[in-house]
Design a binder for this molecule. Structure first.
Ligand code: FAD
Ligand code: UDP
Length: 379
């Protein structure tokens, strides 16, 4: 057999796994159904020469030294502390909601509210919105209600088609209310973007004599599982498979389709140096899109024009061209996922890794960590 390891999907999970296995002397085949590597982190120049993220804005952030050091082998960094504002009836308010936002929203009442928030949770605390809303103090409840109404409810309805209290609380807890003056979107020690873009970082990762990459290749066309045995190009394969794609689709959705939210990105170019003065503006009380990203504000690119994207969430249907972006965390979906997982559980050498294969939301850094852990085990 020519290959020791087959990797399905060349996103961050697949690329890290491919590189790790190759460095251990394994012959690796990485197959990717798209015509490019990088998965959702892929970036490219548009027709105006502006570096964009076609699958949504990605900012690397981590407090994990090992992960930071690992990726730093393949890129230098543009250190960038991500700050987001919400457009609330035309006024820009820092998100996550924090003491600066409180002062903007409540003006003369803010000082008293601030004292109460600090007394209740402590300076520096991060409070999930659903917790704040249920505080027994009427005035803190009022703050909670304001934040819920102006930051969370409409945005979450657009993003998930459900109210904040109807989705997994861990999702809104990713953006808590901050009892501090910190306007940062993330709290991590390291924050930024690969200095020359994500794609060159992935190219460097896959550039190894033991790695062969096949683009435009759908896993199902080369891999098959029959009676708990993997077949590659019709022949028995006894190596390892690291599968990072949607596991339900690999089995032709035989138990039903795993639900996801997907996104449509509408890109617009403007002949102006600065469109919105911020990398990301969330639309939390109006519009059909959730946010506008202005790419040059993220990447630091110096150029005359500017490209933005408007982001429209909707339910994934599996139609050609749609991408499953966000798994939907609930017991019913996890039970369905468990059926697919069972299909591969005792297939020797077949591993599930990544946000699609594990049906779980992962940030880039956790994905790197998980891929490193899996490869340790496989070796
Ligand atoms: P993916 O990146 O999706 O890669 C999977 C790859 O497998 C894809 O290239 C796909 O084409 C390929 N594939 C799928 N099925 C098959 C098949 N059957 N055959 C062959 N190939 C296949 N994380 C952060 O840390 N910071 C951020 O700012 C951030 N922003 C995000 C914004 C959005 C809009 C989204 C949706 C996610 C964001 N994330 C962010 C999360 C980040 O995208 C994920 O951590 C990362 O993409 C997970 O990598 P992955 O390799 O598991 O999946
Ligand atoms: N959220 C919100 N308003 C905001 C930002 C976030 O309601 O301005 C909620 C929303 O439910 C979102 C979740 O918090 O899905 C997590 O936000 P994050 O930016 O981490 O995730 P994403 O936009 O990728 O879902």
């Amino acid at each position: 057999m020519m290959y020791d390891v087959i990797i399905v999907g060349a996103g961050i999970a697949g690329c890290v796994a491919a590189r790790q296995m190759a460095e251990k002397g394994k012959k690796v085949l990485a197959v990717e159904k798209k015509n490019h590597i990088g998965g959702n982190c892929y970036d490219m120049k548009d027709e105006h020469g502006i570096l964009i993220h076609p699958y949504g804005p990605h900012i690397f952030h981590t407090s994990n030294e090992v992960v930071f050091e690992y990726l730093s082998r393949y890129t230098t960094w543009r250190h960038f502390r991500h700050e987001v504002v919400a457009n609330v009836h035309g006024e820009y308010m820092p998100v996550p909601f924090n003491l600066t936002t409180l002062e903007k929203a409540f003006k003369t009442e803010a000082a008293r509210m601030k004292e109460k928030l600090i007394a209740a949770y402590g300076m520096g605390a991060k409070v999930p919105i659903l917790t704040l809303m249920n505080h027994e103090d009427e005035e803190l409840k009022r703050v909670g209600k304001y934040v819920y109404d102006n930051i969370y409810v409409y945005y979450t309805m657009k993003q998930w088609g459900k109210k904040p209290e109807e989705i997994d609380p861990a999702v809104t807890a990713r953006v808590p209310v901050n009892i501090s003056y910190d306007n940062g979107y993330f709290a991590d020690k390291y924050q930024g973007l690969p200095e020359h873009g994500f794609t060159p970082m992935f190219e460097k990762m896959l550039n190894h004599e033991n790695i062969e990459v096949r683009l435009n290749t759908e896993a199902k066309d080369i891999l098959e599982i029959k009676e708990k045995q993997v077949y590659f190009d019709g022949e028995r394969f006894d190596g390892k498979v690291v599968f990072t794609g949607p596991i339900d689709e690999f089995f032709d959705c035989r138990y039903g389709r795993l639900p996801y939210r997907t996104l449509r990105f509408d890109f617009e170019y403007y002949d102006t140096r600065d469109f919105q003065g911020h990398s990301v503006v969330n639309y939390t009380v109006d519009e059909d899109f959730t946010r506008i990203t202005e790419y040059k504000q993220l990447t630091g690119q110096e150029c005359d024009g500017t490209t933005i994207s408007k982001e429209y969430p909707f339910a994934y249907s599996g139609m050609e061209g749609e991408i499953p972006y966000y798994s939907i965390a609930n017991d019913e979906n996890y039970a369905l996922y468990a059926k697919y997982k069972k299909e591969v559980e005792d297939v020797k050498g077949f591993c599930l890794l990544g946000r699609l294969a594990e049906y779980k939301y992962y940030n880039i850094d956790v994905m790197v960590e998980k891929a490193l852990e899996l490869c340790e085990k496989l070796i």
